[in-house]
Ligand binder design. Structure first.
Ligand code: SAH
Length: 370
C-alpha cells in the first residue's frame, strides 16, 4: 500500500540517505501534515489502541489518590504544579481531578499543565476538561512548564518516544562493535539495513550496561528522548521538590531484541505497512531509566508491576465501592479490574516507576529505591 507519507519518506531517503529508527518514528508519529498523532484521535475501542484510563475511571482515580499523598509527602505546598505528559483524551486528568476533590486544600493548590504534541488531541483534552474544577494550561515542553513544587505524570507516554536501534556486530570489540540499524530502501520499498559505520563516541556512552553481555547480532534499543526528559526532571527537582510517575509497558531490566511495533485497529501490523496511519511504539527499558537517573544522581524507585502498584493504591477497594454504588455495572467493573491487573492482561507487563527530589520518603505503591 502506498500513502503520501510513504512517498515522502522514500523521496527523503533517496535524497538524503537512510533514516535512523528514531527519525522514522518521529516523522510517522508527529509530522504535522501526515503524522499519526496530529491528524486523529487514535484512542478507544473505535481507534487503534486502548489505554488504562480509557478502560476504567478507577485507574485515574487511584492515580489521583497517589498525587494527593505525594502533595502531603511534599509538605502540602500552597501551589503544586500537576504536569501531565501525553494526556491523550484527557480522561486520566479528569479522573484525577475527581479524586482530588476529596481534599479541598489539595484541589485549591493544584495548577494543571498538559504537554501534548498533537493539536487534534489537545482539542479533545480541552473538551474533556472544560468543566474541570481548576485552571488548565498547555505548554510545548517540560522546560516551559511553570516552576515550583511539582507532580509529573505520564501514562503510555514513554513508549511512543523515538528509539534508536543498535546491533552488536563484533562482540570482542565491546562498545566499538555496535552498528546502527537504519531504515533504507529496496527499490521503492522501505526496509531495515545496518549502517556500515561504527557508532559515535557519544552514542557508545548511551548504550545500557547490558551491552556487555551481548552476543553477535543481539539488538539493543536506546531512547535518547527519555534520557533527555529524565535530565529535565532532575533540573526541576534540584530547585523544587517533586515526584515524577511513569506507567508503561516493558521489562524491569534491559532485554535484547527488536520491540518496535505498529498497531492498527487493535492489531499488530508491519512497521512499514502504512506509515503515518499506524501507531508506533517500543517497550520501555525500565533498567535503562534507572541507569539514566543514577548517572545524574536523581532518586528513582525500582519499577513495580501495575497490578501491585494499583493494588497498593486501593484499586480493589475502589472497585467494591463503585459496584455498590452501581450494582447494574458490577460485572463490567469486575472485567475492568481484570484487564488492569491480571497477569495475562496489563498487570505484569505494565510497570510503574517514580523519580523524585532529595529528601522525600518512598512513594506510595513502591517497594524500594533502586
Ligand atoms: N496518556 C494517555 C495517552 C497515551 S497515547 C492515555 O493513557 O490514554 C500517547 C500520548 O502522547 C498522546 O496524547 C500523544 O499525542 C502524546 N505524545 C506523543 N509524543 C509526544 C511528544 N513528543 N510530546 C508530547 N506528547 C506526545
Amino acid at each position: 500500500m502506498t500513502s503520501p507519507l510513504k512517498d515522502r519518506l522514500i523521496a527523503k531517503i533517496k535524497a538524503e540517505g537512510p533514516l535512523t529508527v528514531a527519525e522514522y518514528m518521529t516523522i510517522c508519529l508527529l509530522d504535522p501534515v501526515h503524522g499519526y498523532y496530529p491528524t486523529r484521535d487514535p484512542l478507544g475501542s473505535d481507534g487503534d489502541f486502548i489505554t488504562a484510563p480509557e478502560i476504567s475511571q478507577m485507574f485515574g482515580e487511584v492515580i489521583g489518590l497517589w498525587c494527593l499523598q505525594t502533595w502531603q509527602d511534599m509538605g502540602r505546598p500552597h501551589i503544586v504544579q500537576l504536569i501531565e505528559l501525553g494526556p491523550g483524551r484527557g480522561i486520566m486528568m479528569s479522573d484525577i481531578l475527581r479524586a482530588a476533590k476529596l481534599d479541598k486544600d489539595f484541589l485549591a493548590a493544584l495548577s494543571v499543565t498538559l504537554i501534548e504534541a498533537s493539536p487534534a488531541l489537545e482539542a479533545v483534552q480541552g473538551k474533556t476538561l472544560k468543566s474541570a474544577p481548576c485552571q488548565i494550561g498547555w505548554v510545548a515542553s517540560l522546560e516551559k512548564a511553570p516552576k515550583g513544587p511539582s507532580i509529573i505524570i505520564g501514562n503510555e507516554f514513554l513508549d511512543c518516544l523515538p528509539i534508536r536501534q543498535f546491533v552488536q556486530k563484533d562482540r570482542f570489540a565491546g562498545r566499538a562493535g555496535w552498528q546502527e540499524r537504519m531504515i533504507t530502501l529496496d527499490e521503492e520499498a522501505l526496509r531495515f539495513g545496518i549502517s556500515p559505520a561504527p557508532i559515535s563516541e557519544n552514542l557508545k556512552t548511551c548504550l545500557p550496561n547490558a551491552q556487555e553481555d551481548a552476543k553477535n547480532d543481539n539488538l539493543l534499543e536506546v531512547c535518547p528522548a527519555t534520557a533527555q526528559i529524565i535530565d529535565q526532571i532532575e533540573q526541576r527537582f534540584k530547585i523544587d521538590s517533586g515526584r515524577a510517575l511513569f506507567i508503561d509497558y516493558g521489562p524491569e531490566t534491559t532485554e535484547f531484541g527488536d520491540t518496535l511495533q505498529a498497531l492498527k485497529r487493535h492489531k499488530k501490523v508491519g512497521v512499514f505497512s502504512d506509515p503515518g496511519n499506524t501507531d508506533l511504539t517500543a517497550r520501555v527499558d525500565f533498567g535503562a531509566l534507572i541507569e539514566n537517573a543514577k548517572a545524574i544522581d536523581l532518586a528513582v524507585t525500582r519499577a513495580v508491576a501495575q497490578r501491585e502498584f494499583l493494588s497498593k493504591l486501593g484499586l480493589e477497594m475502589r472497585a467494591v465501592a463503585l459496584s455498590r454504588a452501581k450494582p447494574e455495572s458490577k460485572e463490567k467493573i469486575a472485567r475492568q479490574l481484570h484487564r488492569l491487573t491480571a497477569s495475562d492482561e496489563m498487570g505484569e507487563l505494565f510497570k510503574a516507576i517514580c523519580f523524585q527530589s532529595e529528601g522525600l520518603g518512598l512513594p506510595l505503591g513502591f517497594r524500594d529505591f533502586a
